[in-house]
Design a protein around this ligand. Structure first.
Ligand SMILES: NC(=O)c1ccc[n+]([C@@H]2O[C@H](COP(=O)([O-])OP(=O)(O)OC[C@H]3O[C@@H](n4cnc5c(N)ncnc54)[C@H](OP(=O)(O)O)[C@@H]3O)[C@@H](O)[C@H]2O)c1
Length: 244
């Protein structure tokens, strides 16, 4: 028997985080979902209202180690230790390397990579005590096919894949799995600056001729966080409609 899943999803007011939270809440009636939020929280609040008693807001600035400690205490006080962490929060701030500022570089590295380190470290103790845990790190296709203008984001997300593999090896004997996903473009979450023409071109370049629905990505996260995904660790899954 695996324990009741108590799941923390960072960046849960965003497109993918929200869809993932909704996916867990609809399909696993026993789970409890903690929605990591910063200032923006209106969509996460609406989900908490919809699934009262099973979904909870969890203030969490992912780049601060103390914020992780506080978030885990809040979760523990709500009925028990965390056993699933979805490191989903992140952002990109694109520029050609020649003109990229140091703060563009370090901001993206901190939120997309160092914060994943902080999150994974924070959940080690509760997961080791339970001898069961699931960590899913949301990387990006940019980690594997680094586009021009994303040196910071691509480096950060590639770092997430390396971290995932190392940690998977460290925790494999403890019942804790650590996997990463590399989504391509997600419908409803495309870069705001893209024109209709650019969208058409990128869709044409995608073998499936469309972008992912957020629930298609959430479905994979759901599986990786399940008891059934017990022999899978250290993997990086490409979810990109067939881009190779
Ligand atoms: N969109 C895509 O096509 C795509 C493709 C591949 C991978 N991804 C990855 O998928 C994940 C989710 O992306 P999305 O499209 O759902 O983006 P989104 O809608 O912009 O959501 C990102 C979330 O991350 C939160 N966040 C960012 N920095 C944070 C910090 N320092 N502390 C706490 N929360 C922070 C944001 O909070 P605020 O709202 O408060 O800013 C927001 O809730 C990201 O890791 C992204 O890199 C996205």
């Amino acid at each position: 028997m695996h324990p009741t899943r108590r799941i923390l999803i960072t960046g849960a007011n965003g497109i993918l985080g929200l869809a993932t939270a909704n996916y867990f809440l609809e399909r696993d009636r026993d789970c409890q979902v903690f929605l990591g939020v910063r200032e923006k929280r209106e969509r996460a609040e609406a989900l908490v209202g919809e699934f009262a008693g099973r979904a909870f807001l969890c203030p969490l600035e992912i780049t601060r180690a103390e914020a992780w400690t506080e978030a885990l205490s809040l979760i523990e006080a709500q009925g028990g230790p965390l056993n699933v962490l979805i490191n989903n929060a992140g952002y990109h701030d694109d520029a050609l390397l020649a003109t990229m500022t140091q703060s563009q570089w370090s901001g993206v590295l901190e939120a997309n990579l160092s914060a994943v380190f902080l999150g994974c470290q924070a959940v080690m103790k509760p997961m080791m005590m339970q001898r069961w845990g699931r960590i899913v790190n949301v990387a990006s296709l940019s980690a594997l096919h680094s586009p021009a203008g994303q040196a910071n984001y691509a480096a950060a997300k590639a770092g997430v894949l390396g971290l995932t593999q190392s940690l998977a090896k460290e925790t494999a004997r403890l019942g804790i799995t650590v996997n990463a996903i590399c989504p391509g473009h997600i419908e409803g979450a495309l870069p705001q600056e893209w024109t209709e023409e650019q969208i058409k071109v990128v869709k044409r370049e995608t073998p499936m001729r469309r972008f992912a629905r957020p629930d298609e990505i959430a479905a994979v996260v759901f599986f990786l966080a399940s008891a059934e995904a017990s022999y899978m660790t250290g993997a990086s899954l490409k979810l990109d409609g067939g881009m190779v």
